[in-house]
Design a protein around this ligand. Structure first.
Ligand SMILES: Cc1cc2nc3c(=O)[nH]c(=O)nc-3n(C[C@H](O)[C@H](O)[C@H](O)COP(=O)(O)OP(=O)(O)OC[C@H]3O[C@@H](n4cnc5c(N)ncnc54)[C@H](O)[C@@H]3O)c2cc1C
Ligand code: FES
Length: 338
């Protein structure tokens, strides 16, 4: 066990042999900056003032050459080999409600959602505690490194964790999930993580933007929004982007919410070529930020925006919100699926 101290503060925490500096700090409720947990976003950068660390990957995209020259590290990619002092600026505000915990969960159900997305349900022996919009890290047999997946269901006392996962060609983790795991198999789950969770106290309208398997956290948020008490005036607009018509999903699940087609609108769009007769698409086409541009029903000044999916889509939507409508950063919550 190593003792980690935050420089220029009286804060310190213990880090076990299997934890990154980031996860160990989050477990004791420190408000460390982070987003992806997998070395890609760069949000968890810090300076190592003293101590020895082992780095999971020397080529993590979250660090630039300049960062490496300056000796910066990623807290999500470091194991301590001794006591350490790290220089990092903690984020303001309260940390997320539930510090992450390691659990064992059993696969209990698999359902096809589209040609390449499946819902995987896992059972834990304790309640599933998280805030809609958050994600968990799954430890899959024979796969080195854990993978991040967002919960698609609501927190529950039954201990069910549901994920919507897209098969990635040649992807090591998804290959195990889709082709090797069978019902009853046990895996490790660590969570919850993520700061793009539903702020239920907000009285503004809600805009959810999902691309691909970004459906999962947006569905969880839409379900939570549906359950909260409302005046009857609030609206949720749910944009969903896929490449081809067969990628489009989510409507059936949203239809189960009582607000569907009244306070809740589903706007799907296809961005790729719609060429042959088996692939006909009567709806909107184009990237989601383009569809938003032509969609006049949004109240940009009075909405919260949640975005999940591929990094390029997330970036394009954020640029559009900031540049075309001056939406302030504090009303945009996002998770990029690296
Ligand atoms: C916050 C977040 C939420 C996500 N939510 C979802 C979701 O709800 N649904 C979904 O389908 N996808 C989601 N993803 C993407 C998902 O985590 C995987 O990247 C994707 O499923 C591909 O995994 P793979 O193992 O099949 O592919 P691979 O190409 O084998 O691996 C994908 C990624 O895993 C990491 N990785 C690979 N090897 C190692 C290693 N040895 N050690 C550590 N890390 C390694 C790398 O970041 C790599 O880019 C999310 C990603 C993030 C960051
Ligand atoms: S949280 Fe460490 S790089 Fe994204």
């Amino acid at each position: 066990m190593a003792r980690i101290t935050i420089a220029d503060s009286d804060l310190a925490f213990d880090c076990g042999p299997d934890d990154s500096l980031l996860r160990a700090g989050l477990r004791v409720n420190l408000n460390l900056p982070y987003e992806c947990n997998v070395g890609s976003c760069g949000t968890c950068k810090f300076e190592l003032v003293s101590g020895e660390i082992k780095v999971f990957s020397d080529t993590a995209p979250g660090l630039s050459d300049r960062d490496r020259k300056k000796g910066r590290q990623l807290a999500c990619q470091c194991l301590p080999l001794s006591d350490c002092v790290m220089k990092v600026r903690l984020e303001e505000g309260a940390p997320a409600k539930f510090p992450p915990k390691r659990l064992k969960v059993k696969l209990i159900k698999v359902t096809d959602v589209t040609h390449d997305i499946r819902e995987f349900q896992f059972q834990a022996v304790s309640p599933a505690t998280f805030i809609p919009g958050q994600y968990a890290m799954l430890q899959l047999p024979g796969v080195s490194g854990e993978r991040a997946y967002s919960m698609s269901n609501l927190p529950n006392d039954d201990g069910v964790w549901a994920f919507m996962i897209r098969r990635v060609p040649q992807g090591l983790g998804t290959q195990v999930l889709f082709d090797a795991l069978t019902l009853g198999d046990e895996i490790g789950l660590d969570g919850p993580f993520g700061k793009a969770y539903f702020r239920s106290e907000s009285e503004r309208d809600l805009v959810c933007v999902a691309g691909g398997s970004g459906l999962a956290p947006m569905l969880s948020i839409a379900r939570a929004w549906s359950q909260k008490s409302k005046s009857g005036e609030e609206h949720l607009t749910f944009f969903y982007g896929g490449r081809e018509p067969r990628d489009i999903c989510g409507e059936e699940m949203l239809q189960q919410l009582p607000e569907f087609n009244h306070q809740l609108q589903f706007i799907p769009s296809v961005s790729g070529a719609v060429s042959d007769a088996t692939n006909l698409w009567p709806g909107r086409t184009g990237f989601i930020h383009e569809v938003m541009h032509g969609f006049e029903d949004l109240d940009y000044a009075n909405s919260d925006f949640y975005i999940a999916g591929p990094p390029v889509m997330t970036q394009a939507v954020m640029d559009f919100l900031r540049e075309s409508h001056a939406v302030p950063q504090e009303r945009i919550y996002f998770d990029r699926f690296f």
